[in-house]
Write a protein that binds this ligand. Structure first.
Ligand SMILES: Cc1ncc(COP(=O)(O)O)c(C=O)c1O
Length: 377
């Protein structure tokens, strides 16, 4: 219990973000050598080789502060999307763009935010730490965003709405038509942040990036990350696109050296590495096929999953997900328990090469056979 005069109730009740378990931690705890991590939606191929080359060349210059304006990073995004530089902001991961959006546009302790339940945990944490009133909107029965309910939850206090498309942790998506309709309905006053961290993995034909919808709602921010398809989660690089007005405001709040020197060379190189993106998407598609095929064989054990447009699957267990997670650790397979989201029976499993998916399914099968026979006893 924290001293009563130290923090406000919004900080006292804040549940911190729990990242995926690191491989090194499991190695220390259980002394295992052969570990696979399928917990943080990282790229199984490693980082973009072009980015690695650029980073290596930068290393001897790390005694110099990075460019505070992140000129080359902003330029690379501006070229990539064919938008003016004034419509781009870069960040220490796309997470930082979410944080800046909340700090910039929402008045501390006064405004409200609309967030879907089972959407990316960082949204709620950022809003609660800014002492906003968060309106949690339930998803529909397919674990998809209920856009009508989200629009209805908006009132005159609402300043920001978050949509992850496709969404983490459900893997579900909103069609282009539905998103356009939603954006048209939202009052002009409200900032809509569409987070496209996983957009490269989408296969659904009716999906459309919100980058193409910037004329539909003026206060729209679209975020992208280099952490997934470009394999740069450790370098921390992400960006946001919006109007010069919104970007200008966020730049006032942005910390002076928010993008480190490594990220500043990695992002331009990675964005040009189309071959790596294509390969990442292909490996992901094969991984999804392999994991789904494996999970089908576990149907009799009561395993179900949500169709995914991302680089992970949300999988329902016949028992508490946490117990399955713990038992799988002993087999050297790290997945992600979802109890923190209120999804007690679910695990999130990141997609990877076929062999890793088969190893994961094998471990899951052994664990479930043991746990479900204990239930019957
Ligand atoms: C939906 C979503 N948005 C944003 C992020 C954060 O990405 P970054 O590494 O760019 O901060 C994640 C990371 O898992 C995510 O799932």
């Amino acid at each position: 219990m924290t001293s009563p005069d130290l923090v406000g109730p919004h900080i006292e009740t804040l549940k911190p973000y729990v990242p995926g378990k690191p491989i090194e931690e499991l190695r220390r705890e259980l002394g295992l050598d052969d570990i696979i991590k399928l917990a943080s939606n990282e790229n199984p191929l490693g980082p973009s080789p072009k980015a690695v080359e650029a980073i290596e060349q930068k290393l001897s210059g790390l005694h110099i502060y990075p460019d505070g304006a992140a000129h080359d990073m902003v330029q690379a995004v501006s070229d990539y999307h064919e938008v003016p530089r004034e419509e781009v902001i870069t960040g220490n991961g796309s997470d930082e763009i979410l944080t800046m959006a909340v700090r910039t546009f929402c008045e501390y302790g006064r405004d409200s935010a609309v967030i879907s339940k089972y959407s990316f945990a960082a949204y709620g944490i950022r809003c609660q730490s800014h002492n906003l009133d968060v309106r949690w909107v339930p998803m529909d029965e397919g674990l998809k965003f209920d856009l009508d309910a989200m629009a209805e939850a908006i009132d005159e206090t609402t300043k920001i709405v978050f949509i992850a498309n496709p969404n983490n942790p459900t893997g579900t998506y909103v069609s282009g038509e539905a998103l356009r309709g939603f954006l048209q309905e939202i009052p002009d006053r409200v900032v809509v942040l569409v987070d496209e961290a996983y957009h490269q993995y989408v296969e659904a034909e009716d999906y459309e990036s919100a980058v193409e919808m910037r004329d539909v709602h003026e206060r729209l921010i679209v975020t992208r990350t280099l952490s997934k398809c470009y394999g740069l989660a450790g370098a921390r690089a992400g960006y946001g696109l919006s109007t010069p007005e919104l970007i200008g405001c966020m730049n006032k709040v942005r910390e002076p050296f928010n993008c480190n020197a490594v990220a500043q060379v990695a992002l331009p190189a990675a964005l040009s590495d189309e071959e790596f993106v294509d390969r990442s998407v292909e490996v992901n598609r094969e991984g999804r096929r392999a994991l789904e095929a494996g999970l089908k064989t576990l149907g009799t054990l009561g395993v179900e999953w949500v169709p995914s447009q991302t680089n992970f699957l949300l999988v329902k267990m016949p028992v508490e997900g946490r117990r399955v997670f713990d038992a799988m650790l002993h087999k050297g397979v790290i997945v992600r328990p979802m109890a923190g989201y209120g999804l007690d029976k679910w695990l999130r499993i990141s997609l990877a090469e076929e062999e890793k998916m088969q190893r994961c399914v094998g471990a899951l099968k052994d664990v479930l056979e043991t746990l479900t026979s204990e239930v019957k006893l």
